[in-house]
Design a protein around this ligand. Sequence first.
Ligand code: G4P
Ligand code: NA
Ligand code: NA
Length: 194
Amino acid sequence: MKELKERILIDGEILGDDVLKVDRFLNHQIDPQLMQAIGNEFATRFKAEPITKIVTIESSGIAPAVFAGLKLNVPVVFARKHKSVTLGDNLYCASVYSFTKGVTNNIVVAKNFIEANDHILLIDDFLANGEAAMGLMEICYQAGASIAGIGIVIEKSFQPGREKIEKTGIQVESLARIKAFENGTVTFVNGEEK
Ligand code: G4P
Ligand code: NA
Ligand code: NA
C-alpha cells in the first residue's frame, strides 16, 4: 500500500537493529484518515471471503481493525491482555510469548463474542515473530470458528512471523512488508507496490 509505505519513510524511526517506531500515526498518535485507508484496503484484499467478524488484539490493532469493520460492516472484537473486572470466567484463552520481553502472557476473549459459525478476519498492527497472530488463531479454533485470513499493517519480513503463519495455510495480507533496515533506511520487499 503506497500511501502507508510513504508514511513509514517519512515518519518511521528505526530503533536499534529491528524495531520500527511509528508513534506518529499508529502506536501512540493515530492518523484516522490513514487508518481508514488501511481499513478499506483490508476490506478489498479479503473481499472474496464471507467475513462475519474481525478479531484483533489491544491496543494498537484496534484502530485499523475498526476501520476494516466499518467498511465490511461487521463487528470488531479485541482480545484483552489483562483480565478486567467485567470480563467474567467464560473465556477463550491463549498464551503468547513475547520475544522482546521474554515473558508469556495470556490473551483472552469472552466466549459470547466468537461463535462456531463465524468466519473471522484477524488484524494486527505488526507481524514480527507471529506469536500474537498464532494466539488469535488459537482462540478462533477454540471457538470452532473458521479464519478468513490475517491482515497486518506492517510486516517485518526478516523476522519469522509470516513463514510461521503461512505454514498453517492461512492467507496473510500485509500492507507494508519491510525487507530490511539498511543504513538507517527502511527498504521494502520487491513487487509490493500496490
Ligand atoms: P513478537 O515476539 O511477536 O514480535 O512480539 P513482541 O513481544 O516482540 O512484541 C511486543 C509488542 O511490540 C507488540 O505490540 C508488537 O506488535 C510490537 N512490535 C513488534 N515489532 C515491532 C516494531 O518493529 N515496531 C513497533 N512499533 N512495534 C513492534 P504490543 O505490546 O501488543 O503493543 P500494543 O499493541 O499495545 O501497541
Ligand atoms: Na504494538
Ligand atoms: Na500489536
